[in-house]
Design a protein around this ligand. Sequence first.
Ligand code: SF4
Ligand code: SF4
Length: 481
Amino acid sequence: MNSVMEKESEGGDLYSYDEEFRDNIATVDEKGKRIWIFSKKPIGNLHKWRIAVTILLLSILFAGPFIKINGQPLLLFNIFERRFIIFGQAFWPQDFVLLALVLITFFVFIILFTVVFGRIWCGWMCPQTLFMEMVFRKIEYWLEGDANEQRRASKEPLTWRRTTNKTVKHIIFLLLSLLIAHTSMAYLIGVDQTLLLIQHSPAQNLSGFIGLMAFTFIFYGVFAHFREQVCIAVCPYGRLQGVLLIKDSIVVAYDWLRGEPRGKMKKETLPEIKKGDCIDCKLCVHVCPTGIDIRNGTQLECVNCTACIDACDEVMLKINKPKGLIRYASHNSISEGMQKIITPRVIGYTIVLVALLGLVSFTVLTRSDVETNVFKVPGTLYQRSEEGYITNLYNIEFVNKTFSDLPLEIKVESPAGVSLVKPDGKPVVVPAEGLLKSVYFIRIPASDITQAKTTVYLGIYKEGKQLERVKVKFIGPVYKK
Ligand code: SF4
Ligand code: SF4
């Protein structure tokens, strides 16, 4: 998106600022060396709201693995066993189409949300921002002081007090990373398995222990060292902002019409030399955790954390100007004075989203508790019996997607005269969340066969209710009539 770079003055001049800042990022110098960001402690109304939202969301995140629905976890993403539970409902690799549809719907929702509300997710809900800005950085302020103190200390030799503070800080960071790693593990393998991991010695579950340690050091590396670089250089959602945002998207924006020309407030400034409301105090830059100057316009690095809004509002109050020089606003709402939400792009994405939601709902509602796959036994064609039947041999696999054992009945639906034989005669009971493989014969009287391939339909029933209908190809000889 184009940056907010120009303003027509009352005299008709065009102020413009070069966009060279877009050629590099604020956290890396010309030699490619990391510039450490010491952001000033944020305070203000929005920050208070963010604290409340953070407490709520992190409580949900940590409580999530313990919440169960009908004895099943609320959310489970067991990629190792390819077992997923969403709101107590189990999904299997066989539900690939449904999962793909859900993912596409989710992406369209994210796109629509971003087109309208920009990066609200990043500033208010993303776990990376919540942990980094509202947990880890707050511990840093508590132990090492505000930005100026930290910056000054970083240039001085280590003192005993600083060494102690740094050690305590990194121990706390490691412990928090360990907690986050355990929570992540609980979402992957379930809370019961994670508790077992904790209770037993690492030697008894080495792979689980290695996984936990790997997670811990990754989280520690991210929050103690990599920090804002995750949002700037790694996060795909952040990288996509350039194509997702439009000029009507609501983002954290500087009102350049009101703010420019910026300049220091001086008593001797003549009243006729009118300046904009920005007094160039750079507080908005000093509080920014990604080190950018929002007055340059919307930038990929901005995670919409609102710290600059709070900082600028405080300045405006002090100089008796209205708040909101930096605020949630779209480019067009600043330049045209009117905020548009319903744009052609929003309408287009909404139509696609509604269609996808309809499709997902239909797929979920018509989803069967069982998945049946029928395969002809490899290397077999057909057999002719003495009683005058042609038989085909099949392997049938039943996948039970529910959390209880499933007794099933299999019947031939059509054509008439076809019969199904289970050689072992045992009843079919598919174990909960399990798989059952059985061998079956399908028999058709030789006199009924009129073509090389006959389509047979099988019905899968539970307590008289049809769960699924399966199509099977039957191979036989062709008898000329
Ligand atoms: S905090 Fe406000 S007044 Fe100060 S530099 Fe930023 S925009 Fe200008
Ligand atoms: S520009 Fe403002 S909202 Fe964006 S990251 Fe910096 S402080 Fe946060």
